[in-house]
Design a protein around this ligand. Structure first.
Ligand code: TXD
Length: 314
């Protein structure tokens, strides 16, 4: 029987932490790929040496090319550059689009049946790069951002109300970052909308803090950005796909008419199972929510239009 194989491209903070979680969660054998020679191999060896202590039987190997990634079930894409001083958002988009295109082309060429899980920023636009170069159907490309954004909102609300994070469920739509559209009326504590539990002013402040995304963490760390919570978000999505759990999770997906939007990547709730993105969970938005989602989608589309036309194909 073929063993489950997960490729993680980029062995930096998010990639290595993701590999760690995937192996310890026994989700499959992991191939960690990075351009830096020796680095993915060294981190893989370190992870393997933890196996006897933490009890898992997954293999973890490091590589600088894609040979060992062949026949992967999932490709998690975390490679990319962080914004450097003097670099505009558009410069970063251009640089990461080239990295994502090159990596996804090579990885998808040897794993034609895989599902791509995009993590690299700018998230929604990088999903489009993966779509163009892989030629995969939309069911087999999803972006991770919504799980992280909702986790942040849930964590803040649980602390505010002094309840378990498990009792809080939240819904965030839209593009990643400043563009997210939190839906407080669907954000509940054991089924009770937070709008019944907290004054609007407090909800607004918590939503605003969530919308700052990882900015608060970047300021504290000074070098680098969040990776524990992002890796946890990736883990939840990979687990739902590989174990066919059919969880409803907010993911960046290529909309085809759902929520009145088409040909654009936006975060909406979807069912994740063995076939990948098995369906968008559509529901009726208020006029205000719809307008905010459309604005968020419009911003992503404007960025998608700036992508170079010569990204290549797998
Ligand atoms: O919610 C989300 N989607 C995000 C996204 C949450 C957190 C981080 N988010 C984005 O993930 C972040 O903006 C970056 O675009 C990626 C990776 O973040 P990370 O913090 O892991 O960055 P690192 O530590 O700099 O790691 C990037 C690695 C590094 O080891 C490089 O050598 C490698 O990517 N890299 C490559 N690997 C393979 N192939 C190529 N071409 C390549 N270029 C760089």
């Amino acid at each position: 029987m073929k063993r489950t194989r997960i490729t993680v491209i980029g062995a930096g903070n998010v990639g290595a932490t993701t590999a760690h979680r995937l192996a310890e969660g026994q989700l499959g054998d992991v191939v960690l790929v990075d351009v830096v020679e020796g680095m993915p191999q060294g981190k893989a060896l370190d992870l393997v040496q933890a196996a006897p202590v933490v009890h898992h039987d997954c293999s973890v190997v490091g590589a600088n090319d894609y040979e060992a990634t062949a026949s992967s079930d999932i490709i998690v894409m975390t490679a990319g550059l962080a914004r450097k001083p003097g670099m505009s958002r558009d410069d970063l988009q251009d640089a990461n689009a080239r990295i994502v295109a090159a990596c996804i082309q090579r990885a998808c060429k040897v794993s034609r049946e895989s599902t791509v899980l995009m993590v690299t920023n700018p998230l929604d636009v990088m999903c489009e790069v993966a779509r163009r170069v892989s030629g995969f159907p939309r069911e087999r490309i999803v972006g991770m951002a919504g799980v992280l954004d909702t986790a942040r909102l849930r964590a803040f609300l649980a602390a505010e109300l002094n309840v378990s994070t498990e009792s809080v469920s939240a819904l965030v739509l839209g593009g990643h970052g400043d563009n997210m559209v939190p839906l407080p009326r669907y954000t509940t504590v054991s089924g009770i909308p937070v709008t019944e539990l907290l004054p609007q002013q407090r909800i607004d402040a918590i939503v605003e803090r969530t919308a700052q995304g990882g900015g608060e963490i970047v300021k504290l760390l000074k070098t680098g950005s969040a990776y524990y919570a992002p890796a946890a978000g990736v883990y939840e999505m990979v687990e739902s796909i590989l174990r066919d759990r059919k969880k409803i999770l907010p993911c960046s997906v290529y909309l085809q008419g759902e929520f009145g939007l088409s040909d654009v990547w936006v975060g909406v709730p979807c069912r994740l199972g063995r076939a990948g993105m098995e369906g968008v969970f559509e529901f009726k938005l208020t006029a205000g929510e719809q307008a905010r989602l459309a604005k968020s989608a419009g911003d992503v589309k404007a960025q998608m239009e700036k992508l170079p036309g010569d990204l290549g194909a797998a």
